[in-house]
Design a protein around this ligand. Sequence first.
Ligand code: ATP
Ligand code: MG
Length: 551
Amino acid sequence: MSEERESRNFIENEIDKDLAEGVYDHVVTRFPPEPNGYLHIGHAKSILLNYGLAKEYGGTFHMRFDDTNPTKEDTEFVDSIKSDIQWLGADWGEHLYFASDYFDKMYEAAVFLIKKGKAYCSDLSADEIREYRGTLTEPGKKDPNSDRSVEENLQIFEDMKAGKYEDGAMVLRAKIDMASPNINMRDPIIYRVAHISHHNTGDKWCIYPMYDFAHPIEDAIEGITHSICTLEFEDHRPLYDWVVRELEYPQPPRQIEFAKLYLTNVVTGKRYIKKLVQEGIVDGWDDPRLVSIAGLKRRGYTPESIAKFVELCGVSKANSSTDIAMLEYCVREDLKLKSSRMMAVIDPVELVIDNYPEGESEELTVSNNLENESLGERKVTFSKHLYIERDDFMEEPPKKYFRMFPGNEVRLMNAYFVTCTSCEKDESGKVIRIHATYDPETRGGNSPDGRKVKGTIHWVDASTAGDAVIRLYENIVDEEKGVYNEDGSLNLNPNSLTVCNGKVEKALMDAKALESFQFVRNGFFTTDFRDSKEGAPVFNRIVSLKSSFKL
Ligand code: ATP
Ligand code: MG
């Protein structure tokens, strides 16, 4: 064990015990996604948990595509899943596997069970199987097929494989206990006929193993020690144990369940994210409003912030829901010292400094991050024509408004004190230009006579600033009304995306893909790597600066 923490989670306690008792002398974990969609924040928890445990115990982490179901899988998802996991920093090294590579071994395992008298072929229909299975309160009924001889079962199973049965005409069932209080143990189906091509094995197979049979075999083949999954599989654990026991694996893996990560009022289910993508409500699987890993990355979340979030959530046996404010807190904390503080105006209005000479300009040296000197300094230009935020000016301000209004003196950040004199409006009454005068003695933003101002506002120099698209996001669903409507559809928030035409200081025009910044007073932003073009950057707001969330 490389590091000791104050308190260990219940999975670590179990592993410690297994190692102490000699059940295993090493640790092998895995992350086994089905390649049927993009990964989301919940999967990140599972990835980082499994990877983290392997690392902590000096063990091995496997990346395995659970691609045994031929109907729903797609190679696009295989590629996206790999890149998401790499981005999160979970390194599988040599250990990349595809469950479909084990189809031969799974078939052999099924034959082994038949020979042991532990599996039989059944021609009951799906309805009959359901009926014979019983209910939570009633035991199941014996399948009339369960007394077939081993020879006959072997022949039928071979015929299933050879394509002699239609879909649904025959299944292979484990022979366990039709009276078990656990319905999963009532002779579960372990193989079914499905005449469907598979993306890896093509038309080689027309029978496919069921998940509860395939998964423990996959784990056992790879020598997984701790097969960590989510709580809904708790009732399946006796079947998992039955499979690895009856197949007589020398050092069988064990399953440990933990509670899924849920975010309050956030769409996480793969099924719902897929729907938003397919219906064109969002801009693909990596839309920055989604909590898919690809979406979080494009939004500007860092792998470090996601890791911190997962750590703060902890590992538990009880389902609960976490506020996304905690994730936002984590990215703020991560970027606070890492990112430069730049000036960008999201909703610009012109400011003219009437007593500043036309055509002249000067350079001011500003710190990139006052709390982190290692980020250095940069130069920004100042001249007669500037842009400020529209809402930093009010012609008739309410009490306690300390920003710009006629007669008021404010500080232009890092530059000068200016006093607003007047504004110009168009026919509709909209302010189109603001006028002010500056005090040349206040260069750098301080007055030599000790004069104080209450407001400091940010600005950019019109002569050097560039145009940038700035996107602001809200939750894709309307939190007030809840995520789902009565009919199960999503309650969409019409304001989840606001696109602004902003003005940004010159240095931001060369921002690189995925680079993050703090735009003073407006929040943390990243360069959108999909939509930014040379000389025409697009910035996504990751989070605003303030939050009510406290740790
Ligand atoms: P979804 O429920 O969103 O459709 P899934 O469970 O169907 O996801 P899989 O590809 O089967 O997706 O998941 C791979 C692994 O990720 C599984 O071990 C699963 O338990 C885990 N996982 C999925 N969702 C979560 C979650 N919300 N929190 C933690 N782990 C999760
Ligand atoms: Mg699943």
